[in-house]
Ligand binder design. Sequence first.
Ligand SMILES: NC(=O)c1ccc[n+]([C@@H]2O[C@H](COP(=O)([O-])OP(=O)(O)OC[C@H]3O[C@@H](n4cnc5c(N)ncnc54)[C@H](OP(=O)(O)O)[C@@H]3O)[C@@H](O)[C@H]2O)c1
Length: 286
Amino acid sequence: MTHAILIGHDGMVGTAFTKLFENEGVKVTAVGMDTLDLADPDSLARFTAAGADVVVCCAAYTNVDGAEENETLATQINGEAVGVIGKRCAEAGATLIHFSTDYVFDGSGFGDAEPEPYPVDAPIAPVNAYGRSKAVGEAALRESGADHLLVRTSWVYAPWGQNFVRTMAKLTAERDELKVVDDQRGRPTSAEHLARTSWALYQKGARGTFHVTDGGECTWHGLAEAVRDAQGAECAIAKCTTDEFPRPAKRPPYSVLDLSGAEAIVGSMTDWRRNVADVMARLEPV
Ligand SMILES: NC(=O)c1ccc[n+]([C@@H]2O[C@H](COP(=O)([O-])OP(=O)(O)OC[C@H]3O[C@@H](n4cnc5c(N)ncnc54)[C@H](OP(=O)(O)O)[C@@H]3O)[C@@H](O)[C@H]2O)c1
């Protein structure tokens, strides 16, 4: 039986892995903040991957705006700690599955003319502190010597946890009108689809860096409309610009990830509209 250590088991993606591993009959050692604090070097020093076939790291500092004022902490958790976990995996002969973000790219898209989806090996150039901290983690993982699967993803949602789909479900049910940003384009990602697809990649022996998201692309406005329609709400959703909603962290305007590497191994990614409809049917109350 495969033995997985699951770090960050109670986060949005961690919960998806917990459910997936239950169904797949994977033996799991769930690791939470109480036993491993990625910001604490002493706690990290006690971490061992001994006995595990695979370590899945879903823990991260994920507050994108908070990272602007706490970049040192974000870099400790998203950057340096990943290198330590990687080294422990290398020592134990375990594979490390780790997650990174579209925010490592600058958001102008790949290519010189019309923006095109970012290939896995496109140059990274993060525009905010969270993106920089995740970029440090990517480099630390590669340098750690661990056998690894590094999965970049974007705009993650699930029936649980704090995410845009649940927020929009609540707001479009409560309000008559709403404004949502229409000048940021990306690929939404169901956490369950992400867990399933990453696990399938691991099982098929894929190693190195891959992009995994839902299929298709949209703006936040398009995603909000899909959520509203899925629950039959009447809320009017107006389009607005990023400048109308200033946030501490700069957002990349175009962060569509190229999926061809992963699709060549596991087949086409399910379209985001289908995954959103599936999640909406099982949404946990906000
Ligand atoms: N959400 C997105 O849209 C998105 C997009 C691109 C990439 N990603 C990446 O996907 C991965 C999973 O993200 P997610 O959305 O599932 O995140 P999440 O729901 O915010 O969960 C993060 C997890 O990390 C744990 N954690 C936070 N600080 C920690 C620390 N110092 N030590 C140990 N554990 C700590 C949290 O524990 P507590 O619950 O106890 O705080 C929680 O279990 C991350 O690598 C993230 O960067 C996410």
